[in-house]
Design a protein around this ligand. Structure first.
Ligand SMILES: [Ca+2]
Length: 512
């Protein structure tokens, strides 16, 4: 029951922690699992497993009742290695067991190699459960490179100084600055009775608690340090594990050579709570051809999502980040932009993470837009040229005097002021004359001719032949000596000034 409660507590705790990074919109990672379900077990040296030939053994607590038997040919009496990783049902404990120490004083050595051949990251304590007593000394080792090289993870002995020349330590002695130190602990090796204490532990939670506090409330501190302290992630990572059993349980006394049938190793369970390392680029890890494989997202690939997919190498690959705490950063791989994708006007692009868009930057040749597919303001598209042509964007060149604005329409038409015309607004409509822009004509030959033989000068004024005067030479300045009719002058001036051309013919005939 206590075990179940502890397990539940783990699950709740880790559900809370994991929930922050469970979907791949940003940084994400697969849920933890008990990796014993998928580990490959190998034991060395050959013949170390008991039962071939059949062998009798006794226990440290019943040393003179040597009636138990190990027989590899009998399903009920055999103890093969896979019983360290099986699921036990109905309270029946199953375990791997070695031969007894009949070759004493030669040491009784056994190696157990656990292979996943996939980068994993511990999320909780490794617990190795020994039946019939825990070893007097052993080493837990790990490999980060699928078994090519090995390094110690933790030393275990009832006397660390004697067994390994190391001063004994506990994880609680560590501080944030040396939390990844490899220690020798005497906590799991002393004789307390085979049934009292069965577990040998690699303490992961206690190490995290050094950083995050005893209840792991400050996971922010852990994630921040995971990002900044390179060795911290590595410490909890491995591809393979190895147990080197160096000296069996002795029952709290010296080896008794007269009864060697009570010395052996027996392991019923190896619990490895871990998750696949996917560099924060996957939320699932799947078994494919008996090998664990991250289901990579963020345009990554590889067993650990450790590189960019082909065609998505516009920037170097990066692992996702736990920061900012809560969502993390995806650091996804982005499209490798060829010339064509910026239409030949840029060879640089950038990825805007929060809207998931790749955009060309520094578009040349007067282009702009996500793919340099538009013309800059003040330029228009020459539709007779392909989009990739360097001269595809033509300057509007709107005439400053004839145009409202220096910008033109997509087809290149400038917006003209009154009287101006042409694509660039650099010529004038009929009835207008260019004078730093188009000004309306006062007189011209077609619509506003000068009257009475007057000539139009620069479309601006009529040069009248005497005695005519007025804007269009429509009036006559009459004196008595000229013989014009008197008395009508005033009204004639008045009329012409008000009625203009419509009345010019009438005036001319009546007055002169
Ligand atoms: Ca078992």
């Amino acid at each position: 029951m206590a075990h179940l409660l502890v397990l539940l507590w783990f699950l709740v705790l880790w559900a809370q922690v994991v929930a922050q990074y469970e979907v791949c919109d940003s940084a994400c990672q697969p849920p933890p699992a008990n990796m014993k379900e998928v580990m490959q077990i190998r034991v060395d040296p050959p013949g170390i497993t008991c039962g071939n030939p059949p062998e009798r053994f006794c226990t440290l607590e019943n040393p003179y009742l040597c009636s138990d038997e190990c027989d590899a040919s009998s399903p009920d009496l055999s103890h093969p290695p896979q019983l360290m990783g099986d699921r036990e049902r109905g309270g029946l404990i199953t375990y791997w067991q070695t031969v007894t120490w009949s070759r004493y004083p030669e040491p009784l050595l056994a190696n157990i190699s656990l292979s996943w051949n996939k980068s994993l990251e511990l999320v909780d304590d490794i617990i190795v459960t020994f039946e019939y007593g825990r070893p007097t000394s052993m080493v837990l080792e790990k490999s980060l490179d699928k078994g090519v090289s090995w390094q110690p993870y933790q030393f275990y002995a009832d006397d660390c100084l004697e067994a390994f020349g190391m001063a004994p330590k506990r994880v609680t002695d560590l501080s944030p600055s040396n939390v990844t130190r490899v220690i020798c602990t005497e906590q799991y090796s002393g004789w307390v009775g085979a049934k009292e204490e069965k577990a040998v532990v690699l303490e992961v939670r206690a190490r995290l608690a050094v950083l995050a506090g005893p209840k792991l409330l400050n996971m922010e501190a852990v994630y921040t340090r995971m990002e900044t302290v390179r060795g911290l992630r590595d410490f909890f990572s491995f591809t393979n594990l190895r147990l080197r059993l160096l000296r069996p349980a002795l029952g709290g006394t010296f080896v008794q050579p007269d009864n060697l049938l009570k010395y052996f190793y027996a392991i019923s369970d190896i619990s490895v709570p871990a998750r696949c390392v996917c560099n924060l680029h996957a939320e699932q890890c799947v078994l494919s051809d008996a090998t664990l494989q991250c289901a990579c997202e963020h345009n990554t690939q590889g067993q650990d999502c450790e590189r960019c997919r082909r065609g998505f190498e516009s920037q170097p690959w990066r692992a996702g980040s736990y920061l900012p705490v809560g969502t993390g950063s995806a650091n996804r791989c982005t499209h490798k932009h060829t010339h064509c994708e910026c239409n030949g006007h840029s060879n640089r692009c950038s990825y805007i993470d929060f809207i998931n868009v790749v955009t060309c930057v520094s578009c040349k040749h007067n282009t702009r837009g996500q793919k340099c597919q538009h013309c800059r303001q003040g330029y228009y598209r020459n539709t007779s040229l392909p989009l990739e042509d360097e001269n595809v964007c033509v300057e509007c060149e709107c005439d400053a005097a004839g145009s409202v604005s220096p910008l033109c329409s997509v087809s290149g038409l400038c917006q003209c002021k009154s009287g101006a015309t042409g694509r660039r607004c650099d010529s004038c409509l009929s009835g207008f004359t260019w004078r730093d822009g188009c000004t309306e004509n006062v007189c011209d030959d077609e619509r506003r001719p000068c009257q009475n033989g007057g000539t139009c000068v620069d479309s601006q004024r009529c040069l009248c032949a005497p005695p005519n005067t007025g804007l269009y030479c429509e009036q006559s300045v009459c004196g008595k000596k000229d013989g014009c009719l008197g008395g009508a002058e005033g009204s004639a001036y008045l009329m012409t000034s008000q009625l203009h051309l419509l009345t010019i013919g009438l005036i001319a005939t009546t007055l002169c």
